[in-house]
Design a protein around this ligand. Structure first.
Ligand code: ADP
Ligand code: MG
Length: 378
């Protein structure tokens, strides 16, 4: 057998053997050996027709057409392959005469025989069908996303146009017009950013810059920003954390974790309207995790909506009133936390309101000391 041919046969996931014009096996690949249970030595010299059979015994005649050069190759023939232990399995056979050196006689003719196991074919077909189905599912989700996203993007444009027109005609005050235009324009920007994030998450192109960061600083930054914002004006924020939570460092993307906290703590304020939002942080050294619990005294989440909270465009809480958002924030938050190998979950409080828990993997203080640069101020 030509070296290159048998090397090739070795690396193909099919039962392959080579036979001479007498139908005797001259070589077989390891897949053939493995599938039939015969050793290579046992196979060499055996009649291929003793192993590969067809009900009417026509396989011999079929291959004879190649031997006699009446046909160069045959394919898609249903066969049964007999194992050494006498059991059989179905397969599909293809055979072809291999190119010969010019002056060689028909006695030295070599025929390559390849058999695909039917179960393997069925499996491949099943896999291809499943992949196809998944592709169609993703395609239709994408269509749906585009439809909702473009509807949502149009929503703030209408009031911007309307207000600008009214102000131009002098029918509302400049002050009133600008306030509303700014509000709608901000909403539009937020929405466009959210849509961009979702699309990056879905095609796996959202990039993260991981670095060691002090989590309590991020929490304080976010709470301060919200305290002084429109959202937080009637909210009494409190932060509870002990020394170990304050000193803890995690490996994270600061900007993205800020975004998650801005959304979750912002949601708590947004859907509470007037009341308390408490943020508690705990560094669990023993279990290597850092938990941030955000609880509010708002309307909580309807039981029916609870299981869907991290899906896209979920905006169905009680008492949300005017404060409508994109409904993409939690979907994005969950993806970001997952990229940090963390977890995010929520529950309704016994009294009122909801609690969101964000769990991040926590770097051991010992591992931190081993690093060359000490944390700032600690
Ligand atoms: N703390 C909360 N209390 C009540 N409902 C909430 C709370 N957090 C989130 N929700 C509900 O989940 C929905 C999705 O939140 P999110 O994905 O951040 O979108 P958005 O803030 O843009 O509405 C909100 O619209 C709201 O209905
Ligand atoms: Mg939100």
């Amino acid at each position: 057998m030509q070296r290159r041919t048998s090397d090739f046969a070795e690396n193909v996931p099919l039962l392959i053997c080579f036979i001479g014009p007498d139908g005797r096996i001259t070589d077989a690949n390891s897949y053939f050996v493995q599938a039939t249970g015969f050793s290579k030595d046992e196979l060499t010299g055996m009649q291929v027709f003793d192993i590969v059979t067809q009900r009417a015994g026509t396989i011999k005649e079929t291959i004879a057409t190649i031997i006699s050069s009446r046909q160069a190759s045959v394919k898609e023939i249903d066969v049964l392959v007999r194992r050494k232990d006498g059991t059989e399995f179905p397969g599909i056979l293809a055979a072809s005469a291999l190119p010969q050196q010019d002056n060689s006689s028909s006695e030295s003719k070599v025929i390559g025989v390849a058999v695909t196991e039917s179960s393997q074919l069925a499996r491949a077909k099943e896999e291809a069908e499943a992949a196809n189905k998944e592709l169609r599912r993703k395609e239709s989700l994408k269509d749906e996303f585009i439809a909702i996203a473009s509807h949502e993007l149009r929503t703030p444009i209408q009031p911007i146009l309307g207000l600008a027109l009214l102000a131009k005609k002098g029918q509302i005050s400049q002050e009133e017009a600008w306030d509303s235009v700014l509000k709608e324009a901000r909403r539009l920007t937020q929405l466009a950013n959210d849509i961009l994030d979702v699309s990056r998450i879905e095609n796996g192109t959202l990039r993260y810059n991981f670095a060691r960061a002090n989590v309590s600083e991020i929490i304080e930054y976010v709470v301060n920003a919200l305290r002084t914002s429109e959202l937080g004006k009637d909210i009494d924020f409190s932060i509870v954390m002990d020394e170990s939570a304050r000193a803890a460092y995690c490996d994270l993307d600061r900007q993205r974790i800020t975004q998650v906290l801005m959304n979750v703590i912002g949601n708590a304020a947004k859907f509470t309207i007037k009341g308390r939002v408490n943020i508690e942080a705990r560094a669990d050294v023993k279990n290597s995790r850092y938990d941030i619990m955000v609880s509010d005294t708002g309307g909580g989440i309807p039981e029916a909506v609870l299981p869907h909270m991290f899906k896209k465009f979920i905006t169905k809480s009680v008492g949300e009133g005017e404060k409508h958002g994109s409904g993409l924030g939690l979907f994005i938050s969950r993806a970001i936390i997952a990229a940090h190998n963390g977890a995010i979950y929520l529950y309704n409080n016994d009294e009122n309101g909801a609690t969101f828990v964000i769990r991040l993997p926590f770097e051991q203080p010992a591992a931190r000391r081993a690093l060359s640069s000490p944390p700032p101020g600690g």
